[in-house]
Design a protein around this ligand. Structure first.
Ligand code: PGA
Length: 248
């Protein structure tokens, strides 16, 4: 069975005052029954790691460069994330693909670097609204996953996140059967690529996950958790999502 994971993607939100949200999460979930990962802006990673101390909440980056070092102004290398105390990194988020032109080839190289640095990779895939309307979802997701997953991926440190671009930050969510179909197809590709180990790779759903819809989403086959944006910024909103996953 895949592990259950509640991952928070803070995007370009959060400052030192936001560490109070981590205190609230720790107080509400002293011994969580699922994995909790928070991916804050890079400036907060080390402070958050120190703040969390021995509690099992994990901290992740939101991207990394494919190189271990070099003349890449503004970028961050996977070993740097690891040294700062991060154990995870989100790769291939649609905002990185759009804002920074990250292609599947680039994402694949980033994933290889992240695995080499010992990080767990939360690999994001998902179709745009136009692709959804054109009924290309399955083909797009399959192509993204196939092309961005390194041949030598480490299955025990791999997490997939299916995030329809049109569902991110919009309040829109696909129908249950649509999520089930995509997650089932992803599971099939993971089996093909990774053999038996593919069965244990967590597949998260992301895109407008809220306290109100979390339990329903976690009831869908092959949904092993969520990658949460807006609702992960406050413990008051993220905590019920974690509880819903624990009870799924
Ligand atoms: P959202 O973002 O939960 O705010 O829709 C999800 C994401 O982009 O990871």
């Amino acid at each position: 069975m895949p592990r259950k994971i509640a991952a928070g993607n803070w995007k370009m939100h959060g400052d030192s005052a936001s560490l109070a949200e981590i205190d609230a999460l720790i107080a509400t979930h002293p011994t969580p029954a699922v994995e909790i990962v928070i991916c804050p802006p890079a400036t907060l990673i080390h402070r958050m790691v120190c703040h969390i101390g021995a509690h099992p909440i994990a901290v992740g980056g939101q991207t990394c460069h494919a190189a271990v070092k070099g003349a890449h102004t503004g970028d961050i290398a996977a070993p740097m994330l690891a040294e700062a105390g991060a154990t995870h990194v989100i790769l291939g988020h649609s905002e990185r693909r759009t804002d920074h032109g990250e292609s599947d080839v680039i994402i694949c190289a980033q994933a290889r670097a992240a695995f080499a640095a010992g990080l767990s990779v939360i690999l994001c895939v998902g179709e745009t609204e136009a692709q959804y309307t054109a009924r290309q979802t399955q083909a797009i997701v399959a192509a993204q996953l196939t092309q961005s997953l390194p041949q030598d991926a480490t299955p025990t440190r791999l997490v997939i996140a299916y995030e329809p671009v049109w569902a991110i930050g919009t309040g829109l969510v696909p129908q249950n059967h649509e999520i089930a179909a995509v997650h089932g197809a992803i599971r099939g590709i993971l089996h093909e690529r990774l053999g038996a180990a593919g069965a244990a790779v967590p597949i998260l759903y992301g895109g407008s996950v809220k306290p109100e819809n979390a339990a329903m989403i976690f009831g869908i086959a092959n949904v092993d958790g969520a990658l949460v944006g807006g609702a992960s910024l406050s413990a008051a909103a993220f905590s019920p999502i974690i509880h819903a996953l624990e009870n799924a």
